[in-house]
Design a protein around this ligand. Structure first.
Ligand SMILES: *[C@@H]1O[C@H](CO)[C@@H](O)[C@H](O)[C@H]1NC(C)=O
Length: 344
């Protein structure tokens, strides 16, 4: 077992290195071996930008300009009577990662879709600094939420993928005592977020409703529950059709959620005691089928398991109890991830 990295120690080391490398006086950005590390600073910042898509401009984004006091939202196609969705990408990524999700929403209906782009702060191989920069990205996101609220639009839903799933959590800290209506975390990143401090990661206190989709727990994603309701897709660790490839497992959270926006069949889960219960085959489908995704039933709480197909369309519709499901779930799972460790 690799012991969890002590995030604080790592950051102290980085800050020390940064100080050695040079601190640029009035600014608050330092470079650690060409990795951008933001240790303070104000939003707006040219490295954290926001783009708007609406039914009037579904494919070509409008750039949102904002200050601490105002924004150009009302000069753009922003429509205050529509629900607003704000998406935040993760490490070594960019806003392009949400092309599919954005299209699904605008095909479904009328929304203001805002994409947060902080690609300049999360370049590879700078995971340590990227993880630290979530705070700053969160501060800018909070500023954007305030500007959206200032237009009179209140229905704001933040969606973060991977490392980006923690950005809304930092935004929520900044917005206190105001509460966000909803945050969705798509396979929230695990590395450096193994901490007991709830203020430094996504958790249920960050919004009135927090739903989380786990697809690569223990590898790129977190294993512990971090919302009001947590969906462990196919048990949450590996995904069918991914053949153990971590990136594939991780990105499935986004694929499932995007499909849920317009899926007729829908993704339906059932409650389960936890990952170990699932692994041991102790989670037969039971109770009332519970919907995952955009239309999640917000009265739900706790740990849920959802089974999917191995290729798109992934949604299987409401499950039906079959006596054989019980053992198959456990055995299927046991066979795949441990297979490499088995003797031939
Ligand atoms: C804003 O959205 C509402 C509700 O969908 C719609 O009726 C209205 O026409 C929209 N306004 C503009 C300027 O597009």
């Amino acid at each position: 077992m690799v012991p969890p990295l002590d995030a604080v120690a790592v950051l102290k080391l980085l800050l020390f290195l940064a100080a050695v490398v040079g601190y640029n006086g009035e600014g608050t950005t330092v470079k650690v071996a060409s990795c951008p590390l933001i240790t303070g600073g104000k939003c707006p910042d040219p490295r954290v930008t926001f783009y708007l898509y609406t039914p009037l401009n579904p494919t070509l984004p409008e750039k949102i300009e904002y200050t601490e006091k105002s924004s150009n939202l009302l000069q753009l196609n922003f429509n205050t009577s529509l629900p607003t969705k704000i998406f935040t990408h993760g490490y070594n990524s960019g806003k392009f990662i949400f092309d599919h999700l954005r299209r699904e929403y605008l095909e479904r209906g009328d929304y203001n879709i805002i994409l947060q782009d902080w690609a300049d702060l999360v370049p590879s191989p700078c995971y340590f600094t990227a993880a630290h920069n979530t705070r700053f990205a969160g501060r800018c996101l909070a500023e954007m939420v305030r500007r959206v609220w200032a237009t009179g639009a209140t229905d704001v839903h933040l969606v973060g993928f991977s490392l980006g799933a923690h950005v809304p959590a930092f935004a929520a800290n900044d917005l206190r005592p105001l509460r966000l209506p909803r945050i969705t975390g798509l396979d929230p990143a695990m590395p450096l977020f193994v901490t007991s401090n709830l203020d430094e990661k996504l958790d249920a206190s960050d919004a009135l409703f927090v739903d989380v989709v786990h697809t690569n727990a223990l590898a790129q994603g977190k294993v512990e529950q971090c919302g009001h309701i947590d969906f462990y897709m196919n048990g949450g660790i590996t995904q069918p059709g991914c053949y153990g490839e971590s990136g594939c497992n991780h990105h499935r959270s986004l694929a499932y959620f995007a499909e849920s926006v317009r899926s007729e069949a829908g993704f339906w889960g059932w409650p389960c005691g936890g990952v170990m219960h699932y692994i041991l085959g102790l989670c037969p489908p039971r109770g009332t089928p519970w919907k995952m995704g955009e239309d999640v039933d917000q009265r739900g709480q706790g740990f849920y398991v959802v089974r999917t197909n191995s290729a798109a369309p992934f949604a299987r519709g409401p499950w039906q109890v079959a006596p054989t499901e019980f053992t198959r779930t456990g055995l299927r799972f046991l066979r795949s991830p441990w297979a490499p460790f088995r003797r031939r």
